[in-house]
Design a protein around this ligand. Structure first.
Ligand SMILES: [Zn+2]
Length: 337
């Protein structure tokens, strides 16, 4: 405890110098350095590794791999904004939890981010949460967790699991890395590798890099005073977090369903999307969704509670709004009540 309090006092003094440095930096480079992370030390711990695969997806994708890919994506962007980044591992090696926590503490990082993907024995769940230690959901850790959760879900289109501290996207749980590190620490569970469709997305490095970019953007909101203007970094963000290369419609899930379903799309560019519903005799039952969607992996949620059990078809028509082009496809789904 004493060591911790002394540590905190030192940290406050250090922090004061850091703040002064950052103010000077901002003052000198006011026009170009907005969002600059010079002076900030960020620790990244890609969960699991080596003999510990972490969770394993339905077709065998290992959590340790996607944790590392997303972490490397996050590091890429942080370094571009001049942060000093410390990673517990950059390859597939076995590390104990205590060595990971010691790494964060001995490098005296300002923020610790432990990257994980979630898992369930039920294939359906797929949401995002960022964990913090008990009692810190509204402290600095909670602030960072909140920003990371919002940016990651802006990118991957997932919703949040429920919060136990009344803060959307934030969940308090005393995981080892959250209580044995001395600095504000968060543990994002990016998405569920146990969900078959999510596992397919996670196979793509560029999707994992995109989640890494989301975490980076959360850090920028939290530390860099960036607050949502992506213009300055969007150019190099896209170099790595590439978007889908073609329009695609995926099978809705769950299928069969009752009565909520999700229709996943891939959009290489900002697009006008219209999805209509038909019954087996080809009658148009109405529009499921119509509007502009950003490039990425949007999911369209649909509730068919008002329909009778049976087979239905969903027809998707997409018009690209940036490079043009169009796409049309049809899927089927079985409503069982
Ligand atoms: Zn994990």
């Amino acid at each position: 405890m004493d060591g911790r309090i002394n540590g905190m006092m030192c940290r406050q003094i250090e922090r004061a110098f850091k703040v002064i440095t950052i103010f000077l930096t901002i003052a000198v480079f006011a026009s170009t350095a907005r969002g600059d992370l010079s002076g900030w030390r960020i620790g990244i711990d890609p969960g699991h590794g080596g003999t510990d695969p972490g969770a394993v997806g339905p077709t065998g994708l290992q959590e340790k791999e996607v944790n590392l890919t997303a972490s490397l994506g996050m590091r890429y962007f942080l370094v571009r904004q001049n942060a000093e980044v410390f990673m517990t591992r950059t390859t597939d090696v076995t590390l104990s939890l205590s060595s990971r926590a010691n790494f964060m503490n001995s490098n005296d990082v300002d923020r610790s981010i432990c990257v994980h993907h979630n898992s369930s024995s039920n294939p359906d769940p797929n949401w995002h949460l960022t964990y913090v230690a008990e009692g810190t959901g509204w402290a600095t850790s909670g602030d960072l967790a909140f920003d990371i959760s919002h940016r990651v879900t802006d990118f991957n289109g997932l919703g949040f699991g429920w919060s136990n501290c009344g803060r959307e996207g934030v969940y308090e749980e005393n995981f080892y890395m959250l209580i044995y590190t001395y600095m504000p620490s968060v543990l994002p569970e990016i998405s569920f590798i146990s969900n078959p469709l999510e596992e397919q997305r996670l196979y793509h490095d560029r999707y994992c890099y995109g989640n890494g970019r989301g975490m980076y953007e959360g850090i920028m909101d939290h530390l860099g005073g960036w607050g949502g203007d992506a213009g300055e970094v969007e150019g190099h963000a896209l170099e790595i977090a590439q978007l889908p290369t073609e329009f695609k419609l995926h099978q809705s899930y769950p299928n069969p369903f009752n009565a909520q379903t999700v229709i996943p799309l891939e959009l290489p560019q900002r697009s006008m999307v219209k999805i209509e519903l038909f019954n087996v005799s080809g009658r148009n039952l109405g529009t499921i969704c119509e509007g502009i969607k950003e490039a990425g992996w949007p999911k369209v949620h649909y509730n068919a509670a008002h329909l009778a059990s049976g087979l239905y078809f969903y027809k998707v028509v997409v018009e690209g709004l940036e490079q043009g082009g169009s796409f049309m496809d049809t899927g089927k789904m079985l409503l069982l009540k």
